[in-house]
Design a protein around this ligand. Structure first.
Ligand code: SF4
Length: 385
């Protein structure tokens, strides 16, 4: 295939080596007064990595919020507008990750990237004292604010990072879940690309399990394809095994089939995926194609090609620069999944335009969830169970 001029050859994440080469201990600190200088120095001091996870330097930044009560994730029906996160940049690196485009304006991220010369996918960013912050937000002025037993809304984690990338993060997530379970009556939806999510389940007492919903995300059943476009994540086969373990324990689970690459035979592909995640055992199933976000298409295409998945890369290339084909890819994928996932539990996330919104609106009854500024009020008209 002819190489497109926009296509890059970057593979995600080699932060550790790059950081060691680029970090300069002599930081020039601009400032008008001694006080400003001291404050700035203290801030920059915090931007030094405290650790490495999967070869990526870990930075800890000050933050006053880990709980977001007005999240856009309610539009995706994953929660009732509540999310929590202890991090801002993930330990994993996926070519299709949407978080980059969300956080590049964040002042801490900007400082870290500027100071180190690294890219967003090369760093891990954690928030300082997330447990303290969470407890503070749940108990303003020392009083628990969300103790109404009728308030069983769903909170989702994490909108920005994987919650189970290693055992330290597993323990951190479990502790945060316990605080929420004790101080509210909310239900918690957790999503991960790591089989270690099953370890979080082990740390949640039985009396709370009816309020926990666990999901493992993958858009492919092929360990090799996943390895090409994701770095650091658990093998797909192990993710599915973890999902089955959770289901066999009788715990609540949901499916997250994302991102689904273009397929030569979408119907056969949907059937295989539905069987693999055991649709009948999932409360809900979300699905999504690869979205155009920054360099996501080109980075995913290149990673597939470099790893030798030429047919898959070619199929992606065919839709990447043609809006009509991209729309057809979304519709074909959606229609294929409607045959294998019951409408009442299906949520196909689709960013729509003024031109395409009508078709998707006509298919909401089958599970289409309209996203983006052209979605109008349609996006929230159908809720997950
Ligand atoms: S696991 Fe999720 S948040 Fe982390 S890099 Fe991949 S897509 Fe982004």
């Amino acid at each position: 295939m002819k190489k497109d001029s926009n296509l890059t050859t970057k593979k995600p994440g080699n932060g550790g080596d790059k950081l060691r080469q680029s970090l300069n201990p002599q930081v020039t600190v601009p400032g008008r007064s001694e006080k400003a200088l001291a404050r700035r120095t203290a801030i920059l001091e915090k931007l030094k990595p405290v650790d490495f996870i999967s070869g990526k330097p870990v930075f800890v930044v000050p933050s006053t919020t880990v709980l977001n009560l007005k999240s856009g994730f309610s539009h995706k029906l994953l929660c009732d507008g509540f999310t929590f996160t202890a991090g801002s940049a993930c330990a994993f690196s996926c070519t299709f990750c949407y978080v980059t485009t969300l956080l590049l304006k964040n002042k801490w991220i900007q400082q870290i990237l500027k100071q180190t010369g690294l890219e967003f996918s090369d760093i891990v960013v954690r928030r300082q004292s997330p447990m303290e912050q969470l407890r503070k937000q749940l108990t303003p002025r020392g009083k628990a604010k969300y103790l109404d037993p009728a308030d069983t809304r769903v909170i989702y984690a994490s909108p920005l990072v994987d919650i189970a990338a290693n055992m330290e993060l597993v323990n951190e997530t479990a502790q945060m879940c316990l605080a929420i379970l004790e101080l509210t009556h909310w239900q918690i939806r957790l999503l991960s690309k790591s089989p270690l999510i099953a370890k979080i389940a082990n740390l949640i007492p039985d009396r709370f399990q009816h309020r926990m919903i666990y999901g493992l995300s993958t858009g492919t059943l092929d360990d090799g394809v996943a390895k090409a476009i994701e770095q650091g994540t658990g093998l797909v086969s192990k993710r599915l095994a973890a999902l089955h373990t959770l289901q066999d324990r009788g715990l609540r689970t949901f499916g997250m089939v994302c991102p689904i690459l273009p397929q030569a035979d979408p119907a056969a592909y949907a059937a295989r995926l539905a069987e693999a995640i055991r649709v009948d055992r999932c409360e809900d199933v979300w699905a999504e194609v690869v979205n155009v976000r920054g360099p996501s298409f080109t980075a995913t295409h290149d990673a597939l090609r470099i790893a030798g998945y030429h047919e898959q890369a070619e199929l992606l290339a065919q839709v990447s620069h043609n809006t009509d084909r991209r729309e057809q890819y979304s519709r074909n994928t959606f229609l294929a999944f409607t045959k294998v996932v019951p409408a009442k539990k299906f949520h196909f996330l689709q960013y729509v335009t003024r031109d395409t919104a009508g078709w998707w609106r006509d298919h909401q009854h089958l599970g289409a969830v309209l996203l983006g500024s052209s979605a109008g009020s349609a996006a929230t008209s159908r809720r997950a169970a």
